[in-house]
Design a protein around this ligand. Sequence first.
Ligand code: MF3
Ligand code: CO
Length: 252
Amino acid sequence: MPVELKSEAELDQMRRAGRVNGEVRALLMEAVKPGVTGLELDELATREIEKRGATPTFKGYAPGGRPPYPGAICFSVNEELVHGLPTDRVLEEGDIVSIDVGATLDGWVSDAAFTAPVGEVSQEALDLIRTTREALWCGIETARAGNRLGDVSFAIGNHAGPYGIIAEYGGHGVGRTMHEEPHILNMGRAGTGMKLRAGMVFALEPMLSIGHPATQELDDRWTVVMRDGSLSAHWEETVAITKDGPEALTRI
Ligand code: MF3
Ligand code: CO
């Protein structure tokens, strides 16, 4: 069963955790430039999360026998899809980079991601980034009490156009822990699945690729790359279903 917020006070806690995430993500977005490394961005994220009284959710996370996650952010360049480790790899003009951030405030978790161009990038890359973000917002708009989970998945996938939709990863419930039920596919059939209710909170996170959507996990047990080496993008927001509609808690 998905966790549901029990009160307006709990929703406010999630709002606070989400706000930290949005602020930190905005700073990271500004900091993405040619010459910057993943480790530098990771330090920036850690500092800014902690300055706001929160802790980096990802640090030390070790699901299913994986080595503890070493950073505050995931840093995935070009054909790296998600969960790339922040290293001293230098961003270069023309790259695109996906950065995922988690912030836990007073025991409540927010999870969000963006893909950004590094300097001037190809029109092809810009179109991929824009479409992935739009697909996320199609999903957010559909996250309403009375709709079904399949409506959200369908709305996301329906906006993917010519791009590959990654099937091995998806969104999830989020609240007191980062990964809660349900798993949320980025494609699906409208009118199917669980009924949505006010109080549910989801991390919606479409991932699209220019080429074939098959992925591969590297030997570090974290970094996920596209098998065919094609460019990929990833956007994520933590979204609360309120009685007044969807509320993107991590929006920048
Ligand atoms: N948004 C990512 C996810 O839901 C965050 C992963 S963080 C990590 O999978 F700690 F697992 F790297
Ligand atoms: Co997530």
